[in-house]
Design a protein. Structure first.
Length: 753
């Protein structure tokens, strides 16, 4: 209490003590704490070149945060000062993003081989400086040596599905700069809009930048409005943003999609398609059949576009997309089939490789390199192309083994358009489930790579696809605070075993976001629940920032401060609902938990799967099917198992003979998302686990009639084992999204009674 009164007195008198010195994100590589304090006040000067952007930036930020208007002076001063100093001579082996930050009683020195390091030192200093108006601020003495592990530390923003102003794009760049990210991937073209002015082809923005409506609600609802929507950036605006990013040591990687995701371009210039159209800028999200036709005039068009793009963006890499390109039009196109034959290509996949290699050759002739999504591996990778691996890590592994540079961006860790908490309490999102903790646990170097192959992994980035983000506040909500977790991963100082340390530092950043007016998710306050099995019994294990602040109920009532205090994992021995909330200072924080449990004879028993499910859904854990929790379509990555082109064959061992007569589980139909109902379901039972007898078989039409709710009754039988075989639909037929690919099959909790 005595300390509190002293602190309050100092604040009221205009003397502010830095309380967040140890909360830098990303965490520095090396920190040494020293004795003494530095007092920042109106007499402090910034010693640097008066024309230095970094000095002016520091001056502006200090004034914004504290109200102190510091002078910049090139002259040496013995009084209180902040020194920005470039190392000389420069060691060629030094990381150009390295910096040293030292705070002593007389001065603060930021020392680096390049201005980029100076800028990062400034970010660390600003994070240690309170965001409060004060005439005097004390900073504890400290020494920091710091440099990043990965050279590509990125964030992506899709402005095609929803358009965002130049002002917001600059703010977005500032968010990256604050957390020492250095790459901004700007997704500028897609089926739903062309966002960059190309002077040689004015229709791209006159027509291609505008659509006559947009999807409303979720993709599977297939509902639309009729409101004209769009926008684009002029070349002068592009130059303005590029210059803004460059000052903040951020490279912008523009993306011009090809050969797929081209509808906005084809609506403007239909002659570059395989058919005559007519086309319109897409209202629907997803993958569309009409793509660029690999005609000479198409390549001329794309080369003209890329020539103007190159003049605007000085980046080494230009992103050319290359993902989700249906081959439907190419298969029926006379020109495409002739091109395949003339060039000795095997199929349309090799035609896509031909397309990408033509573009790469042109880009290389201009002194640039291409990077594309991992589909550019199909049919053969262009000689000098880099790969952005989004469909898991397999594409990145394959490219690195072929000695191609890779940026890792697997959707299960790095897609920030996924839900970050229970969907019932969250704004609409595409699906998925990626928490701050999961993002923090990511390791960009796959275990499958040797140390030599790992050198080809440039780094990673998070992707922000905006189908369901039509406001800047929603974008902020989706990236904050997962972006901060990723920044520490890419700086190379994350430790998933010490997530609590990161979370503690993160919480100190939230008041600053409030003061800056930045929207963010409070999901870090959410209770994290794990369902565990011990000796055949389920336990509901809860975890939070402070477990002592969790209150829960088992009678369906709303938890409050007088509810049961959580101490140990809750045993689940009957059908019930567990509701839990987190309270801090008497106020409920984050979103609570409402979890229904349904217990059956299969719950928490042994289970084996014949085929492995995708790790992207419930981490591919078979326990998902016997953990007492039914799946919710709204969050199909969390409580479902997904099988791509495979059957779901589950054998459950009751560990003793049981009398059973009913099996219940869910599958679901989402053809738009490549998810199909099964062809057939077979239920078999056994006493010895070797000899199985068929009890029931459900065919496709009945499954269709059941609407995915599978509730199978049969005559009572004694069994120790039950085998559930759910046959995958197979290959997606022509004329459907994802045609030619293996269908996805989803299955949730298997209840046996």
């Amino acid at each position: 209490m005595r300390f509190f009164n002293l602190f309050a007195l100092l604040v009221l008198s205009g003397f502010c003590i830095a309380q967040n010195q140890n909360n830098i994100i990303p965490k520095p590589q090396n920190v040494t704490y020293k004795k003494g304090i530095f007092i920042l006040n109106k007499n402090t000067t910034i010693q640097a070149d008066e024309n230095s952007f970094e000095a002016k930036y520091l001056q502006e930020q200090i004034k914004t945060q504290t109200g102190l208007d510091l002078k910049i002076s090139h002259a040496n001063s013995s009084s209180s000062k902040i020194v920005l100093k470039i190392m000389s001579p420069i060691d060629p082996y030094w990381n150009q993003e390295r910096y040293n930050l030292t705070i002593s009683e007389k001065e603060i020195v930021i020392y680096a081989p390049y201005n980029q390091g100076i800028f990062y030192g400034i970010q660390s200093l600003l994070q240690m400086t309170p965001y409060e108006k004060s005439s005097k601020i004390t900073l504890n003495a400290i020494s920091i040596f710091d440099e990043p592990k990965f050279q590509w530390r990125g964030m992506h923003l899709d402005v095609a599905r929803h358009f965002f102003s130049v002002e917001f794009v600059k703010r977005y760049i500032d968010y990256l700069a604050t957390y020492k990210l250095n790459t901004f991937h700007w997704h500028l073209t897609d089926d739903q809009g062309w966002r960059i002015e190309i002077k040689k082809y004015p229709k791209l923005t006159q027509k291609g930048a505008w659509r006559n409506g947009s999807m409303i609600g979720h993709y599977r609802d297939q509902k639309f409005d009729t409101i004209k929507y769009g926008g684009f950036y002029t070349q002068n605006q592009i130059k303005e943003v590029v210059a803004y990013a460059k000052e903040r040591h951020i490279t912008i990687i523009p993306e011009i999609e090809m050969p797929g995701h081209a509808m906005a371009a084809l609506a403007s210039y239909p002659q570059f398609a395989c058919t005559n159209g007519p086309f319109e800028v897409a209202k629907v999200w997803g993958v569309l059949d009409d793509v660029f036709c690999p005609k000479e005039e198409t390549f001329t068009f794309l080369q003209d576009v890329l020539t103007e793009v190159i003049k605007l963006f000085p980046s080494e890499y230009i992103h050319i997309g290359g993902d989700e390109c249906p081959k439907t039009r190419w298969e029926s196109c006379v020109h495409c089939q002739k091109l395949i034959k003339e060039n000795g290509l095997k199929d349309e996949h090799e035609l896509q490789s031909y397309f990408i290699q033509r573009i790469e050759k042109f880009m290389n002739s201009k002194g640039r390199k291409i990077i594309g999504w991992d589909e550019i591996l199909e049919g053969g990778l262009a000689p000098n192309a880099a790969v952005m691996s989004w469909r898991g890590t397999e594409g990145g592994i394959a490219a690195a083994k072929e000695k191609h540079y890779v940026v890792m961006t697997p959707d299960s860790y790095c897609y920030f358009d996924h839900y970050q908490a229970d969907p019932s309490d969250e704004p609409i999102a595409i699906g998925g489930y990626t928490t701050v903790e999961k993002a923090y646990s990511y390791n960009p170097i796959p275990n499958e790579l040797t140390s030599e192959e790992a050198k080809y992994v440039l780094g990673a980035q998070a992707n922000v696809w905006t189908e369901y983000m039509n406001t800047t506040k929603h974008v902020e909500y989706m990236i904050m605070t997962r972006m901060m977790a990723l920044s520490e991963v890419l700086w190379g100082t994350s430790n998933s075993n010490k997530y609590e340390d990161f979370e503690s530092r993160l919480i100190h950043h939230l008041p600053v976001l409030d003061r800056k007016g930045i929207n963010y998710s409070e999901a870090i306050y959410n209770i994290k629940a794990t369902i565990k099995e011990e000796n055949g019994t389920l336990f509901f294990d809860l975890k939070s920032k402070n477990n002592a602040n969790i209150r829960y109920t088992t009678d369906n009532s709303e938890p409050n401060l007088n509810s049961e205090k959580y101490t140990v994992a809750i045993p689940i021995i009957k059908n019930q609902k567990i509701r839990a909330s987190y309270f801090e200072d008497g106020i409920e924080k984050g979103n609570g938990i409402d979890q229904d449990f349904l217990i059956s004879k299969s719950t928490a028993k042994s289970i084996k799967l014949e085929f492995s499910p995708s790790k992207n859904f419930s981490n591919g854990n078979p326990f998902t099917l016997i953990n007492g929790v039914f799946g919710d379509i709204q969050k199909f990555r969390k409580d479902w198992l997904g099988f791509n082109g495979k059957n779901a064959v589950a054998t459950i061992d009751f560990n003793k003979t049981e009398t059973i007569s009913r099996i219940k589980f869910n599958v679901f139909d989402g053809k738009i998302s490549w998810i199909y109902l099964p062809k057939e379901i077979t239920i078999e039972t056994s006493i010895d686990g070797i000899n199985f007898e068929i009890q029931e078989r459900v065919l496709a039409q009945e499954i269709e009639d059941l609407k995915g709710i599978i509730n199978i009754q049969f005559n009572k039988i004694e069994a120790k084992f039950v085998k559930v075989t759910v046959e995958n639909f197979g290959v997606i037929p022509k004329g459907n999204p994802g045609e030619g690919n293996g269908a996805w099959l989803f299955i949730d909790e298997i209840l046996v009674n």
